[in-house]
Ligand binder design. Sequence first.
Ligand SMILES: [Mg+2]
Length: 457
Amino acid sequence: MEKEKLIDRISQNVNTCSAPSQLKITDLRVAQINGAPKHCPLIKIYTNQGITGFGELRDASSATYALMLKSRIIGENPCNVDKLFRRIRQFAGPSRQGGGVSGIEIALWDIAGKAWGVPLWQMLGGKFRDRVRMYCDTDIEGRHTGADMGRALKARLEQGFTFLKMDLGIELLLDEPGCLSAPAGFLEDVKKYSMKTLIHQRGSVDRDMMLGKNYEIFTIPHHAAGIQITEKGLDWLENYVREIRDVIGYEPPLAIDHAGHIGAGSVIRLAKRLEKYNIAWLEDVAPWQYVEQYRRIAESTTVPICTGEDIYLAENFEPLMKAGGVSVVQPDILTVGGAMELKKTGDLCDKYGVAMAIHMAESPVGCMASIHTAAALQNVLAVEFHSVDVPWWKDIVKGLPDPLMKNGFIDVPDAPGLGIEDFNDEVISEHIHEKYPGVWSPTDAWDLEWSNDREWS
Ligand SMILES: [Mg+2]
């Protein structure tokens, strides 16, 4: 290669205004959008050298979980990702609480990658693949049949997707007499208070859905709700799935989520009915903390049982895997603790012989972080994609290939960090969450947030 060309190519990849060992974090700001497909709190970490890092909190999370960590990372070198992660790790928990630590971890990797000129997958140890399979969630609003769902799934296949997911739950049975058994009045309460939170594929779980009786109904764990599916209900659900397979055939993997808050007995009876329909996995059939319930369910059916989108830290997956409670896990990079924790979860999957899919219902920031990490995992089934019906989804950021999705796959980028050039503030402004206005507004109010952070004495 000619010398000039070589110098050109090298300089394209090195951020010449960056001296990585002198980098310092100077600020953390947020912009919260809605409808992509849910409430996405986006974060930006600023440095003293003009490099910014992009992160995001888990869908429908609170930006506070990141803002409360601002004072704990300011002045630090963002390239020391693991050092900073270990400092803030104590301030997160399951589900949406994981978003602050996880979102910051992603943004730190993004800065480190931009400063040193390498993509995230390279920092995680290199890649196993050049493109990542996406699995696509599909929902239909209102009353419908299995044949209708089959046609909706078939349309996804025609778009190029090769791996499908849908909801199959007790809400389909709420208007079918004799299909559910429950304490008197309870199903009416579910319909009255909780339907919006049960069927929220296209919207966010807003604050008003989390108040009073609504909160009470929404947060009753599966085993305590007292709901059972009757034989008639099982016939109905089985027929629904048979109709789907009649339309899409038996070849495409089809995962099932949101069975509803039914006890382990009903889950087992449902799973047994579904065995002959080759279900890829049955997701979140109990709160993930109940390891023994998972073991019991998993041992009672050949349908692969799956959980994990609400588990924070790789180490919290191990009891479930050890007990044989899961055949598949579906961690979310923005709950598990970020890219390194997702990678560590993959190592546990290899240790225990469990498959991994990656949950993702977020903006292109969460998506690309998942793609890089999926590329760096030896074994991964697919990454979720939740935004097929959101035309402006990719335009939240600049610099991604167009189209991003090719035949149900996303190419693994070679650009530094996450491979995202910038946020598109115009599109962000158009879709800003009405309850959380402001685009990258100052966050000085959080500068003095502090406590004695030592976890022991
Ligand atoms: Mg799920």
